[in-house]
Design a protein around this ligand. Structure first.
Ligand SMILES: Nc1ncnc2c1ncn2[C@@H]1O[C@H](COP(=O)(O)OP(=O)(O)OP(=O)(O)O)[C@@H](O)[C@H]1O
Ligand SMILES: [Mg+2]
Length: 463
């Protein structure tokens, strides 16, 4: 139930408002002065306050300055005699929500309060969502007790709430973006934007417009002003993902922003101050990139002051059981499943596996296994094919003879092997060869190798 405080030095007015609002279904408290009202407000944190404008002692407008500081301040409605509407408007400039004129009209009161309550509910919902978001990026929510992860998270904790630039290094899928977000959401900047840009995904000729923006006429096609990401993320955090892929010239410009804390839009004459915290990430060895002349040494030294190294999953296998059960929880929730555990044999296989795609790959293996699981735990069978494929693909199981090979014969041979290994079940054979069912079926037909059996139907007819 929404809670309302009514403040008026005239008892009759208080009673009218109290009766109407209580009848409408609100919980109503009353006070006969702004001072008394403020005390009640501090204690019960109401959603809405209706206060008279002119009272002996503190006025309704003065009261606005004394409302308790906090994330959700109550919406204040000023009630005022007809002649003093201009002061009520003044009060709205100071943050009041709306005003009512006396004599009070029942319908207007109900409508105005309903609007105020609605706004408060939206504000609260907004805050709840934000809290949930911040909760997701709590440093404690990052899984990993291995020495490597502990060392990394230790640095993250120490530097998150400082302005320093952070470089996050790690192979693909090791959690670089997760760490970058954790840094942002554990800093004072958390309510300002976190903006991520993948430097490797943007063509060289567009990257500077993206980062710095431009003025109209800066180049053909620049018809309007564009605000770049440095400006857009002002007071927040800019995540420069894959920074190792930035063109050298852009690297120079980034270095200048880090030093001077100002940018210039392309085609712009003035420098604009920006208050941005930079977190950069790379899966390249920047030292090697520097040696090869592809990365500026001065930028490298500037970035690497605080480096967070995320070790590959194969070097922190002790984290695998906890990660697997973390993702189990996550995807059970998402898919409404109740898969309780990962079986011992499946965990063992996960620990033995080399995880070229790191945590992202582990996450998708668990996600798929939850969907596939026939029992209430993930078994070795549920993950087997996923874990084998990449390693089998990675190595060619034979030598290429000098005289060359007959590719078609080889293909037929592989198909035969796959079919016999999977007891002539084409879907399984296709999986063994890393092919879609349709592609495999097409090859069977092409080579006239199709075995008609009851459980196999042409893929078109299946769907
Ligand atoms: N320590 C961890 N605990 C829980 N989840 C993690 C952890 N590390 C990574 N993840 C999850 O793994 C997935 C991949 O992580 P992320 O995108 O941060 O990796 P990345 O290093 O940025 O990868 P890429 O280089 O491919 O962009 C995300 O869904 C992330 O939430
Ligand atoms: Mg990433």
């Amino acid at each position: 139930m929404s809670v309302i405080v009514v403040i008026d030095d005239e008892q009759r007015q208080r009673n009218i408002l109290k009766t109407i609002l209580q009848d409408t279904g609100y919980e109503v408290h009353t006070a006969s002065s702004a001072e008394e009202g403020l005390k009640i407000i501090e204690d019960i944190l109401p959603d809405v306050v209706i206060t008279d404008l002119k009272m002996s002692g503190m006025s309704g407008v003065q009261m606005l300055d004394h409302l308790p500081e906090g994330s959700v301040r109550p919406a204040v409605i000023i009630s005022t005699a007809f002649g003093t509407v201009s002061s009520a408007v003044e009060a709205m400039k100071k943050g009041a929500f709306d005003y009512l004129t006396k004599p009070l009209d029942k319908d207007v009161i109900i409508l105005t309060v309903a609007k105020a309550v609605e706004r408060m509910n939206l504000l609260k919902e907004n805050i709840r969502l934000k809290d949930e978001l911040f909760g997701r990026f709590k440093i404690e929510g990052i899984v990993g007790k291995s020495d490597g992860m502990k060392a990394a998270l230790d640095i993250v904790k120490k530097v998150a709430d400082t302005p320093v630039t952070v470089l996050v290094q790690g192979e693909s899928g090791t959690g670089k973006e997760l760490v970058a977000r954790a840094i942002h959401y554990n800093s004072q900047r958390k309510s300002a934007p976190f903006i991520a840009i993948n430097c490797a995904a943007i063509p060289d000729n567009l990257i500077e417009s993206e980062l710095f923006g431009y003025e109209p006429g800066a180049f053909t096609g620049a018809t309007h002003r564009k605000i770049g990401l440095f400006e857009a993320s002002s007071t927040g955090t800019l995540f420069l993902d894959e920074i190792g892929d930035l063109p050298l010239l852009t690297q120079t410009k980034i270095l200048r922003v880090l030093q001077d804390k100002e940018i210039r839009r392309i085609g712009g004459k003035e420098s604009i101050k920006v208050d941005v915290r930079i977190v950069a990430a790379t899966n390249k060895d920047l030292e090697k990139e520097v040696a090869a002349g592809r990365f500026r040494e001065d930028l490298f030294y500037r970035l690497k002051v605080v480096t967070v190294n995320l070790p590959p999953l194969r070097d922190r296998k002790e984290d695998i059981p906890e990660l697997a059960s973390f993702f189990l929880g996550k995807y059970n929730k998402e898919f409404g499943r109740r898969v309780k555990a990962v079986s011992d044999s499946a965990v063992k296989a996960m620990i033995e596996y080399h995880w070229p795609g790191n945590i992202r790959q582990l996450e998708s293996v668990v996600e798929r296994a939850i969907l596939m699981a026939d029992t209430d735990s993930i078994t070795l069978d549920d993950i087997k094919s996923e874990l084998r494929l990449p390693s089998e693909k990675a190595s060619i199981p034979m030598d290429l003879p000098d005289e060359g090979i007959n590719f078609e014969e080889l293909e037929k041979e592989l198909i035969k092997k796959a079919m016999s290994k999977s007891n002539n079940v084409a879907a399984k054979a296709a999986r063994l060869l890393g092919m879609s069912y349709k592609t495999f079926w097409y090859r069977l037909e092409k080579f006239g190798m199709h075995i008609s059996s009851k459980e196999e139907a042409a893929p078109e007819k299946r769907s």
